[in-house]
Design a protein around this ligand. Structure first.
Ligand SMILES: Cc1cc2nc3c(=O)[nH]c(=O)nc-3n(C[C@H](O)[C@H](O)[C@H](O)COP(=O)(O)O)c2cc1C
Length: 330
């Protein structure tokens, strides 16, 4: 069983956050190959599982991803959550169940799920207590509740008393959505008050941002938009923390290595997720993977405008050819 108390020893503390529409298996495997200690699925609807939605069930595929993977579930009531969890746990591949108590999107809030649970402390508590029957570690992902830190700390206290063994805290309020700055201090306060329980999320765009969370008591740090903008931040953080990384050059790979990584990633994506979704995610990640290289703008533009797989392949071949011939890259 995954024990986050070992984070920093057996389990490295650089984790991939849950990202709806993004953290599908090929993406998770890509970040694990870069060194991420743990990954999360995107948020998965328990109502979708209960209604037998094929699309929702597909979100539980792992395509051979190495553990640990944490499944994130969302539901507006305990009954639906438990039924969904029962279906999810038929597959014995999850290190923990994380309940989403953070999503600020209206269609999720309307159902009483996501961040609306921050205002429904009894409901949130019932969910955690209900999940205890499965004897799996129960995690929660929450947000800062208000500028009065004691609101967030009191909520965490109740959730831990109910049985939650880990709390990922994003220092933006639900009202902020993804705007403005994340308040790291509320996370540091929580980490001080609940040692061993808190991972920090919010505005992790540099190695120092990640170190900030870890040096202020968090057992782990969640990489989200920062890892999309620059995937190589993952090995760079690990290197600063003195962790073994598969390959030192991963911190700043050459163009050739980036092409190889990107190609493998893209083909895995297509195989597992189909062409359309693969193209969407490739476009999201291409800038990050090739950031900072002179002369790649045409390549990025060609990938960005690819309408079908052939266009993407042509862009890659064109780029590799230019590179192999040692020519100016546009
Ligand atoms: C596109 C996107 C999708 C997200 N999906 C989820 C999700 O499914 N579950 C969740 O708990 N948080 C989700 N989040 C929040 C992130 O996990 C993270 O807490 C947040 O982005 C703050 O970190 P950052 O400022 O470093 O990006 C999402 C964020 C983004 C930008």
């Amino acid at each position: 069983m995954l024990d986050t108390r070992f984070a920093g020893k057996d389990l490295n503390p650089v984790w991939l956050a849950p990202l709806a529409g993004i953290t599908i298996p090929a993406v998770r495997k890509f970040y694990k190959a870069l060194g991420a200690g743990l990954t999360h699925t995107e948020m998965i609807s328990c109502a979708g599982l209960v209604h037998g939605s094929k699309k929702t069930f597909r979100m539980m595929e792992t395509f051979g991803e190495a553990p640990p993977v944490v499944i994130q579930l969302f539901a507006g009531d305990t009954d639906t959550l438990l039924k969904g969890a029962e279906l999810a746990l038929k597959q014995d591949k999850w290190a923990a169940i994380s309940i989403n108590m953070a999503c600020p999107m209206p269609k999720v809030l309307k159902k009483g799920a996501g961040a609306s649970l921050l205002k429904n402390i009894e409901g949130a508590e019932r969910m955690i207590k209900g999940l205890m029957v499965f004897q799996k570690p129960v995690w929660i992902k929450i947000r800062k509740i208000s500028d009065n830190y004691s609101d967030t700390l009191a909520f965490i206290d109740r959730m831990i008393s109910a049985g939650a063994v880990h709390v990922s805290l994003h220092g933006r309020t639900p009202k902020q959505k993804y705007e403005g700055y994340a308040d790291k201090n509320v996370v540091f306060e929580a980490a001080k008050r609940f040692p061993g329980y808190i991972s920090g999320s919010g505005d992790v765009f540099t190695v120092n941002d990640a170190l900030d969370y870890l040096e202020n008591g968090c057992v782990a740090v969640l990489l989200a938009r920062g890892a999309m903008k620059d995937p190589f931040i993952v090995p760079s953080i690990l290197q600063r923390l003195d962790y073994e990384i598969a390959n030192r050059t991963l911190c700043d790979p050459s163009v050739k290595e980036r092409i190889a990584l990107f190609r493998t990633f893209a083909y895995n994506l297509r195989e597992e997720a189909g062409e359309n979704l693969a193209l969407i995610l490739i476009k999201r990640l291409v800038s990050g993977i090739f950031r900072g290289f002179n002369g790649v703008s045409t390549f990025r533009r060609n990938v960005g405008s690819a309408k079908k797989w052939d266009d993407f392949e042509a862009a890659i071949i064109d780029y590799s050819d230019h590179f192999e011939r040692g020519q100016e890259l546009w």
